[in-house]
Ligand binder design. Structure first.
Ligand code: FES
Length: 123
């Protein structure tokens, strides 16, 4: 299986890995097929326009290399964004940002999108 350079970089050195103490919201999802689990923590703030923004975001992922790379790329994309912008992040956007994923691994990118949306819904 061939991973892009960016996937390997995120896997070796994941960004925003860990948990946020006193998080404003948490979203946890699992993939029933492979058993992998992803948890997203959010800390929320308001910008000057009074819109809620993601001040901080962290992840814990028990999963495959693609799931860890997706989590890392997703948190980079969502950090500092408004909730509406974060909700607009799609799995295709993450896959593109990672320079592609092997077709058999594209489903792993769904976990990230679902965990982020669930966390926002739990606010
Ligand atoms: Fe389970 Fe990738 S194989 S998320």
């Amino acid at each position: 299986m061939q991973y892009s350079k960016k996937v390997i970089e995120h896997f070796r050195n994941p960004h925003n890995q860990g948990r946020i103490k006193n998080a404003d919201a948490v979203g946890q999802v699992g993939n029933a097929a492979c058993g992998d689990v992803m948890k997203i923590y959010l800390k929320i703030n308001e910008n000057k326009k009074g819109e809620k923004i993601i001040k901080d975001i962290k992840f814990e992922t028990l999963g495959c290399a693609a799931a860890i790379s997706v989590s890392s790329a997703l948190t980079d994309l969502a950090k500092g964004k408004t909730l509406a912008q974060a909700l607009a992040i799609t799995k295709d956007k993450i896959v593109k940002d990672l320079g592609g994923l092997p077709p058999i691994k594209v489903h792993c990118s769904m976990l990230g999108v679902e965990a982020l949306r669930l966390a926002i819904n739990n606010l």
